[in-house]
Design a binder for this molecule. Structure first.
Ligand code: NAP
Ligand code: G4F
Length: 400
C-alpha cells in the first residue's frame, strides 16, 4: 500500500508497539521506533519486521532513546518529523510501580510531557498528531467506591477471594465521563499523562488524544502479566514441566481484549477529524479465577477451586484426554500473598460505545478467542522448550 505518512512509536519493543509497527508498515507508513539501550538485543517482538539498513526502500528505523531524556526525545522528533506519534513507552507493570515509584512517575508521567513539549518547541503542533497510551487503571476502584457493584470489595480493605463472579456484562460500566480514582504509582503517573495531553490539546490546539485502553493481551504479552503467566503455566503443567501456579488475588476482575484489536483502535483515534479521548474495551469482565479455568479448559483439563483467601486452591478434577489423567487430583493453583498488591483494583469493565460509533471500531476477538490464541501459542512454545531440554540443549529459565 502506498503511503507517505511517517509514524514514530515510543515503546516499539513492547507488545502494543510490535503489533502497531506491523500494522502501520502494512498500511505503507514509514515507521520510526524508539528503543531503549539494553544489554541484550530485546527486539524479539519486532525481529520479523527487521529491515537491513543498507536495503533500498527501508521503511522501519530504530533509534536509541529513553522517555526520561528530553534532549534525546526532542532530537528524534526533529530528525523524523513524524505525522503521527504513538506514545506507548512506559514502565507498564502495576505491581512493579510500587517498587519503582519515582522512575515510573518520570517515564510514564513526565515522559509524556517531554514528547508533547518537544512537538510544541519544534513548531510541529499543526503537523504532528499524538496518541497517548492512557489506561483503565485511571479509574481504579471508582466503580466500587460509587457502590455500583454490590458485594465487590471496598477500596482499603484486605484482599480476599470470593467465589461469586463469572464472566459477565454489568450494567455499570466505565466510560469517558466516569471519575478517576488511581490506585498505584503507575496509575497516578498515567493520570498526569492523561491530563497533560488534554491540556496541550486545549492550550496549543494540538491534535493530542488519549486512548483509555482496558487490559489487552496476546501471545506476545509480557510474561509477568497475569494472563500470560497463566497461559504459560497451563502449557507447562500439561506438558509435565511445572507442578503448580502461584497466584495473587483470584477475585480481581478485568475487561480483557486482544491487543491486535486495540492497536487498530489507536490508529483510528488519530485518523478522525477532531482530536478526542476514547475508551477501548470489550464490555465484559471476568475474574482471574475464571481466566485460569478457561485456560486449563483449552488443553482439556477441568480445574475446581476450594477454600478462600490465601488458602484457596485449584485442583484438576477431570481430563478430556487420557494422556493427562495422571494430573487428576493434582493441586495446580495456590496463593502466594507476595502477589497481593498494597492497593488493588478489584473491578474494571469498559463501555466503548463512543469508539464503536464515532470511530467505527469493531473488535474481532472475544475472550474465548483470546484465551485460545494465547494457550495455543504457549503450548507450542513449551513443546519446543521441552524438545530442546530432552535433547540436551539449555533453555531459558524465566520465572518471577
Ligand atoms: P509493554 O509490553 O510493557 O511495553 C512497554 C514499552 O515501553 C517497551 O517497549 C519498553 O521497552 C518501553 N519503555 C519502558 N520504559 C521506557 C523508557 N523509559 N523509555 C523508552 N521506552 C521505555 O507494554 P504494552 O502492554 O505494550 O503497553 C503499551 C502502552 O500502553 C504502555 O504505555 C502501557 O502502560 C499502556 N497500556 C497498556 C495496556 C495493556 O493492557 N497492555 C492497557 C492500557 C494501557 P523495553 O522493551 O526496553 O522494556
Ligand atoms: O495482568 P496484571 O498485572 O495487569 P493490571 O494490573 O490490570 O495492569 C495491566 O492493565 C492495565 C490496564 O488496565 C495497564 F494499564 C497496565 O499497563 C497493565 O498492562 O494484573 C491483573 C489482575 C490484578 O488485579 C492482579 O492483582 O490480576 C491480579 N493477579 C492475581 N495474581 C495477578 C496475579 N497479577 C499478576 N501480574 N501476577 C499474579 O500472580
Amino acid at each position: 500500500m502506498k503511503n507517505n505518512k511517517v509514524a514514530l512509536i515510543t515503546g516499539i519493543t513492547g507488545q502494543d508497539g510490535a503489533y502497531l509497527a506491523e500494522f502501520l508498515l502494512k498500511k505503507g507508513y514509514t515507521v520510526h521506533g524508539l528503543k531503549r539501550r539494553s544489554s541484550l538485543f530485546n527486539t524479539d517482538r519486532i525481529d520479523h519486521l527487521y529491515q537491513d539498513p543498507h536495503a533500498k526502500d527501508q521503511k522501519l528505523f530504530l533509534h536509541y532513546g529513553d522517555l526520561t531524556d528530553s534532549l534525546n526525545i526532542t532530537r528524534i522528533i526533529q530528525e523524523t518529523q513524524p505525522d503521527e506519534i504513538y506514545n506507548l513507552a512506559a514502565m507498564s507493570h502495576v505491581q512493579v510501580s510500587f517498587d519503582t515509584p519515582e522512575y515510573t512517575a518520570n517515564a510514564d508521567g513526565t515522559g509524556t510531557l517531554r514528547v508533547l513539549e518537544a512537538i510544541r518547541l519544534l513548531g510541529l503542533t499543526e503537523k504532528t498528531r499524538i496518541y497517548q497510551a492512557s489506561t483503565s487503571e485511571l479509574y481504579g476502584n471508582s466503580l466500587i467506591s460509587g457502590n455500583k457493584i454490590p458485594g465487590a470489595q471496598q477500596p482499603g480493605s484486605q484482599n480476599s477471594a470470593s467465589q461469586q463472579s463469572e464472566s459477565q456484562p454489568l450494567e455499570a460500566m466505565l466510560n469517558e465521563q466516569s471519575p478517576f480514582y488511581p490506585r498505584s504509582p503507575y496509575a497516578v503517573a498515567k493520570l498526569y499523562a492523561y491530563w497533560i495531553t488534554v491540556n496541550y490539546r486545549e492550550a496549543y490546539k494540538m491534535f493530542a488524544c488519549n486512548g483509555i485502553l482496558f487490559n489487552h493481551e496476546s501471545p506476545i504479552r509480557g510474561e509477568t502479566f497475569v494472563t500470560r503467566k497463566i497461559t504459560r503455566a497451563v502449557a507447562k503443567i500439561a506438558l509435565g514441566m511445572q507442578d503448580k501456579l502461584y497466584m495473587g488475588n483470584l477475585s480481581a476482575r478485568r475487561d480483557w481484549g486482544h491487543a491486535k484489536d486495540y492497536i487498530r483502535a489507536m490508529w483510528l483515534v488519530l485518523q478522525h477529524d477532531t482530536p478526542d479521548d476514547y475508551v477501548i474495551a470489550t464490555g465484559t469482565t471476568t475474574t482471574v479465577r475464571d481466566f485460569i479455568t478457561k485456560a486449563f479448559a483449552e488443553v482439556g483439563l477441568t480445574v475446581g477451586f476450594t477454600g478462600t483467601g490465601a488458602n484457596e486452591k485449584g485442583t484438576i478434577i477431570a481430563s478430556e484426554k487420557t494422556e493427562y489423567n495422571h494430573l487428576i487430583h493434582q493441586e495446580v493453583v495456590a496463593i502466594d500473598p507476595r502477589y497481593f498488591r498494597p492497593t488493588e483494583v478489584e473491578l474494571l469493565i469498559g463501555d466503548a460505545t463512543k469508539a464503536r460509533t464515532v470511530l467505527n471500531w469493531i473488535p474481532e476477538y472475544d475472550l474465548d478467542g483470546l484465551v485460545k490464541d494465547m494457550v495455543k501459542s504457549d503450548f507450542r512454545l513449551m513443546q519446543k522448550e521441552k524438545f530442546l531440554k530432552e535433547n540436551g540443549f539449555n533453555t531459558l529459565n524465566y520465572f518471577e
